[in-house]
Design a protein around this ligand. Structure first.
Ligand code: GLN
Length: 193
């Protein structure tokens, strides 16, 4: 099994370390050529945290937006953390354009107040267990479509969700020692391949 990690910007190296710990081979996807070269043998794709506006612009500039969107729509398992979640959302509040827009969720960027923007907690995640959650100016999922399964809620906000082959968290599982969520994603990838 090989998992691609979008490596345009942000916390991609941390995801690679978690996959290595789990004995899974990963490959950095830095441009369209990387994606096309590996697409046929990718079991999944991780979209890391960082800055969604910058990543969205780079995806467009490098003509990667449409091929990645099509691959996800055709069933490629994808795991979006924080900015990666924003990339997948169908609608971004106060923003005209979405990016990949494949997941039936509405998100608000930087919606936690200044004080609450970054915090750590532990909470139950459905199908995964009790896990540590590190939030860094993460988005809030304000609406979910009928096919979206809510996996975790913290302070009355949805912080993890899944719709078919798409898994998202508004926190950063790659910044803790816990590997349970990545293991959950790997299981999604195994089911698909
Ligand atoms: N605030 C960032 C954005 O809107 C996301 C923060 C993160 O990925 N840690 O893109």
């Amino acid at each position: 099994m090989k998992i691609g990690i979008l490596a345009l910007q942000g916390a991609f190296a941390e995801h690679a370390k978690v996959l290595e710990k789990l004995g899974v081979v990963s490959v950095e996807i830095r441009n369209l050529e990387d994606f096309q070269q590996h697409q046929s043998d990718l079991s999944g794709l991780i979209l890391p945290g960082g800055e969604s506006t910058t990543m969205g612009k780079l995806l467009r500039d490098q003509q990667m937006l449409i091929p990645i969107r099509e691959a996800i729509s055709s069933g490629l398992p994808v795991f979006g953390t924080c900015a990666g979640l924003i990339l997948l959302a169908k609608e971004i509040t106060s923003q005209e354009e979405s990016h990949l827009g494949t997941m039936d969720i509405v998100v608000e960027r930087n919606a936690y107040g200044r004080q609450l923007g970054s915090f750590y907690t532990e909470a139950e995640c459905k199908g995964v267990g009790q896990i540590p959650m590190t939030f860094i100016r993460g988005p809030i999922i304000s609406e979910v479509g009928k096919d979206v399964d809510v996996l975790a809620v913290v302070n009355n906000q949805i912080v993890a969700a899944q719709e078919k082959n798409m898994l998202v968290t508004s926190f950063h599982p790659e910044l803790t020692d816990d590997v349970l969520l990545h293991q959950y994603f790997i299981n999604m990838c195994k089911e698909k391949s």
